[in-house]
Ligand binder design. Structure first.
Ligand SMILES: Cc1cc2nc3c(=O)[nH]c(=O)nc-3n(C[C@H](O)[C@H](O)[C@H](O)COP(=O)(O)OP(=O)(O)OC[C@H]3O[C@@H](n4cnc5c(N)ncnc54)[C@H](O)[C@@H]3O)c2cc1C
Length: 478
């Protein structure tokens, strides 16, 4: 029997697992997909929010502000790309100037440091490509951008390195209380746990209902995005928001840690797992973003994607013990990415209050480093290739990712199982050609490393096969 079983390995589950792995406890994480970070945690705006948006006094406000501080440190410690670039919320009218003053007031109450209201001209001095119609802006210096899936992976890897067991492809189908334990039914049989954490994202209402009386419904809201080529990556230097409304934080324009420009999202009701993009949604995003930054060149778009928010209609996350030994980390909508590290800390605190014995391990393995060939000097590159020639074979030309880096990912605590799993770990396929060049080479490496035929290699989720037969060597002169 495991001490704590976590359902779902997005950022919330991964953070809880990492925090629990500091203690002398057995921890098991069940994730139904073939990788971690397959829900909202991989498809979002990637912003580490400063914390002026949530209503003061809510759990969301507290965890957002604490999470902002923790996430910036965690990213530095675990080699997750993160840059504190600050954010601006733009106002375009006297009414919106008033909204900025409300946000400033909320931010001060929430304990957000360094907030300041700028005039339109001051904002344009910071961001020369802003619209001339901007009347004022709220500057938040602690806002940052990060790589969301790498944050999730880094926390999950840390948990696994410290003894947590991650079972991928394992879907929880039912929970049953027997004496002082939970019997956890899955598609792969039964397992037992003293404590269960529900970190199931948009399905957290379904998992809640397996253990406790019905309390809330997740009302999924989809957000669609453009990712633009690096040629547009310098269009803004900070995260540029519009004033938030009841439908969300509005359409933003921001640099990404990978050097691109991200533009989005809209907010539309959608089925809970429907991550389609739509012409109408993307048109809305494009036209709305141009109000903030008119010069964006959308012809440089290299990808569209969407993510689904686990909104509940409440103005807060739903976190708490809901049955004996059953903890909800539920309806973790935005700013859940920012708050995750603090949610993990809080989960341990709540379980401790519930009777979980918390004795720190003598040794906690913390810290992580991965090779980023393209960031090395020529001398460092030569030394690396001399040690292992695989670092001399560039697989992804757009992002200069080498075979050595991909093989390194296979030696990590949570190796990739799909082409997109490789992309999330080493960036192969993230460039301008979106995997057109490196895709077949990554398939070949996955086939070799997983010991499966190439036509069984998947693009993303289980079943998303790409090929119907083996690829053949192309002769030199073709
Ligand atoms: C469009 C959009 C933009 C956003 N922008 C930001 C932002 O800029 N900054 C920010 O801070 N936050 C942002 N967020 C919010 C943030 O992405 C989420 O709050 C966060 O990722 C939620 O993480 P999670 O672990 O709770 O859920 P998820 O990442 O969805 O993970 C839940 C996991 O549970 C698994 N699961 C579900 N049911 C079961 C089951 N029965 N058995 C086993 N496994 C199961 C799923 O497969 C999934 O992997 C945004 C969200 C969206 C959608």
């Amino acid at each position: 029997m495991t001490d704590v079983l976590i359902i779902g390995c997005g950022v919330s589950g991964a953070a809880a697992a990492m925090e629990l792995s500091r203690y002398k406890l057995s921890v098991t994480v069940l994730e139904r997909e073939n990788d971690v970070s397959m829900g909202s945690s991989r498809a979002n705006s990637a912003i580490v929010h400063a914390g002026y948006d949530p209503r003061p006094g809510t759990l969301m406000a507290r965890l957002n502000v604490r999470g902002n501080e923790l996430t910036r440190k965690l990213c530095a410690d675990l080699d997750v790309p993160c840059r504190q670039c600050g954010s601006l919320v733009l106002a375009f009218s006297e009414k919106e100037n008033g909204t900025l003053r409300e946000l400033l007031d909320r931010g001060i109450k929430n304990g957000v440091p360094g907030l300041e209201i700028l005039s339109g001209d001051e904002a344009r001095r910071r961001e020369p490509n802003l619209s001339g119609a901007v009347t004022a802006a709220l500057w938040a210096p602690t806002a940052a951008i990060c790589s969301p899936w790498e944050l999730c992976l880094a926390m999950a890897e840390t948990a696994v390195k410290n003894g947590a067991e991650l079972r991928l492809g394992t879907e929880v189908t039912g929970l049953e209380r027997r004496d002082d334990r939970w019997i956890v039914h899955t598609n792969r049989g039964e397992t037992e746990a003293r404590y269960v954490i529900n970190a199931a994202g948009v399905d957290s209402d379904t998992v809640h209902d397996m253990a406790a009386p019905h309390e809330f419904d997740v009302k999924p809201s989809r957000g669609e995005y453009y990712i633009l080529d690096k040629s547009e990556g310098g269009r803004v230097n900070t995260v540029v928001f519009q004033c938030p409304s009841e439908r969300g934080k509005g359409v933003l324009v921001a640099p990404t840690v990978h050097g691109n420009l991200i533009v989005g999202p809209n907010a539309e009701p959608a089925p809970r797992h429907d991550t389609a993009t739509t012409a109408s949604g993307l048109d809305f995003v494009k036209e709305t973003a141009k109000l903030s930054v008119p010069g964006i060149d959308f012809s440089q778009s290299i990808r569209n994607f969407s993510g689904v928010r686990a909104n509940s209609g409440r103005d807060d996350f739903i976190i708490g013990m809901k049955a004996p030994g059953f903890l909800d980390l539920a309806a973790i909508c935005s700013p859940g990415l920012t708050s995750a590290a603090a949610i993990g800390e809080y989960a341990v605190e709540l379980l401790g209050r519930e009777g979980l014995a918390l004795e720190k391990k003598d040794v906690f393995l913390y810290g992580r480093k991965r090779t980023r060939f393209k960031e090395l000097s020529d001398v460092e590159r030569a030394a690396l290739i001399a040690r292992d020639p695989a670092y001399g074979r560039v697989v992804c030309r757009c992002e200069t990712v080498t075979e050595g880096e991909i093989l390194e990912a296979f030696r990590s605590p949570i190796p990739p199982r799909s082409v997109d799993g490789v992309k999330r770990r080493v960036n192969a396929g993230m460039g301008r050609c979106q995997g057109g060049f490196c895709g077949p080479r990554v398939v070949e490496i996955l086939s070799r490393m997983l010991g499966i035929p190439q036509d069984e290699v998947v693009q993303d989720r289980t079943g998303s096969r790409i090929l119907v037969g083996e690829t053949k060597e192309v002769p030199e002169n073709v």
